[in-house]
Design a protein around this ligand. Structure first.
Ligand SMILES: [Zn+2]
Ligand SMILES: [Zn+2]
Length: 275
């Protein structure tokens, strides 16, 4: 590669090294992480970041909806037992080392110039940045919808991978901690569209990493069983239906993919049917 190219790629490496120094440097003694190869430092940083995001968002959200606002959002008898939550934490923690391999590999591909990533927003300008971001999100919405739907439709995939997530199928077993309770391969498959997007659309590198971590927060939120009803967001009300019917609401951030592909079921329709 010519010099110009490698200086450009160096910007990505500088950025990942900076993240590694910030996260690892503030939490671990230097002699533990400094001798590790760059790839493993990056993985360790993603792993620690993933664990922190999972527990901080999970605990704060549980504290808010189950204790602070007791009975406001969730009726007392619908609060999941500690045992159910601990099991979800256990399944999530078993998978976390594998989940965090995905951003580590995507960062490796970015650093080596295999993707369409750019390091600074000023490289493309704000307007193209926003436009690319919209396309990126559409690719992710489409990708996750179909990945999730196939994980249901292809029976061996369901049986061996996705069923792990669907053991939490009642109001009082679903909790924010179920958000990452997947078979490791299932979780990775559902995040693959984020990596695919990097090859299809120019993406701001840091925004990509941020979006992957936002997944961790989002997925906790859609498992709390509280129906927010904020169109077109596919909130917990929709996702709870997914956990009870298995054939609706495969979507992710918005209801659009289910609407387009005919699998949408609205929580409000359900309520009116009950009356
Ligand atoms: Zn599912
Ligand atoms: Zn779920």
């Amino acid at each position: 590669m010519e010099d110009h190219g490698s200086t450009y790629l160096q910007l990505f490496v500088d950025e990942t090294c900076l993240f590694n120094r910030i996260v690892l440097g503030s939490l671990l003694p230097t002699k533990i992480w400094d001798p590790l190869p760059h790839f493993f430092q990056t993985w360790l940083r993603n792993y620690i970041g993933g664990v922190l995001v999972y527990f901080i968002s999970g605990f704060l959200w549980c504290f808010y909806i189950y204790y602070w606002k007791r009975n406001v959002y969730v009726p007392k008898d619908a609060i999941p037992s500690n045992k159910a939550m601990l099991l979800q934490i256990y399944v999530s923690m078993k998978a976390m080392p594998w989940y965090t391999a995905l951003p580590t590999i995507s960062e490796y591909m970015v650093e080596n110039g295999w993707t369409k990533c750019f390091p600074r927003i000023s490289d493309v300008g704000w307007l193209p940045y926003i436009l690319y971001l919209v396309i990126y999100v559409i690719i992710v919405e489409f990708g996750i919808y179909w990945m999730h739907r196939e994980l249901h439709d292809i029976k061996p995939l369901y049986k061996h991978l996705h069923a792990t997530h669907h053991i939490y199928n009642k109001q009082n077993t679903l909790s924010p901690f179920a958000g990452l309770a997947f078979h490791p391969l299932d979780g990775i498959l559902q995040a693959v569209p984020h990596v695919t997007a990097l090859f299809l659309v120019p993406t701001h590198f840091m925004t990509h990493i941020l979006l992957l971590f936002i997944e961790g927060i989002w997925t906790a939120n859609i498992h709390d069983c509280i129906h927010g009803n904020l169109w077109p967001v596919m909130g917990a009300g929709y996702h709870t239906i997914h956990h009870t019917t298995y054939r609706h609401n495969y979507g992710h951030y918005t209801i659009w993919m289910d609407w387009i592909f005919g699998t949408l079921r609205n929580p409000l329709d359900e309520e009116s049917k009950d009356i």
